[in-house]
Design a protein around this ligand. Sequence first.
Ligand SMILES: Cc1cc2nc3c(=O)[nH]c(=O)nc-3n(C[C@H](O)[C@H](O)[C@H](O)COP(=O)(O)O)c2cc1C
Length: 187
Amino acid sequence: MPASSRNNGFGTPLMSIAFKKHDFSEIEDPDQRRACFRGAMARLGAAVNIVTTDGPAGRTGFAATAVCSVSDDPPTLLVCLNRSASVHAAVTENRVICVNTLNAGHQSLSNLFGGKTPPNERFATTDWSVIKTGAPALDDALVAFDCEIESISQQGTHDVLFCKVVGTGQRDQGNALLYFDRQYHEI
Ligand SMILES: Cc1cc2nc3c(=O)[nH]c(=O)nc-3n(C[C@H](O)[C@H](O)[C@H](O)COP(=O)(O)O)c2cc1C
């Protein structure tokens, strides 16, 4: 198919939309550079997850799109967590998490875990169980990865959690919830 006839799904030909380029070495203002990076990241669609933890430092969780597979041997994924988030101490002290990938009907759950809601209220609206580590697994998640945090690496404002996957739960049906262009989408 010629590039000029491809479209963005909303009827607008892709080639008629400007390809805006930015050279970050020319953007001196850190706020402007951050906004520019965030604007670019808004074009990178990603699955929405609720990352939970439980243990001596308490039960809590947060919404996260910065989740990625690292290796299948041993099964490993990474999660990026802002060090200023209220959940940070509990996650890094408990050293266990469950990454629950949301299904298409879970927008309000994502907002609950992505906002400033107290930890106990975050868990009140739906059912949770446990796979192995004790971190809450969402009963109607598309897939849940139960993990032990193996190592933590600091990068900028975030901690990168490298997590050994010790168990999973999954559904073979259901649609995914994606975050793209600062909005939720169902696929
Ligand atoms: C769709 C979505 C994706 C998010 N992705 C991340 C992420 O990958 N990493 C992160 O640290 N925070 C992410 N957040 C923000 C956290 O969920 C949010 O900071 C946290 O739940 C609220 O922190 P608080 O407990 O300090 O109120 C995301 C929020 C939303 C709504």
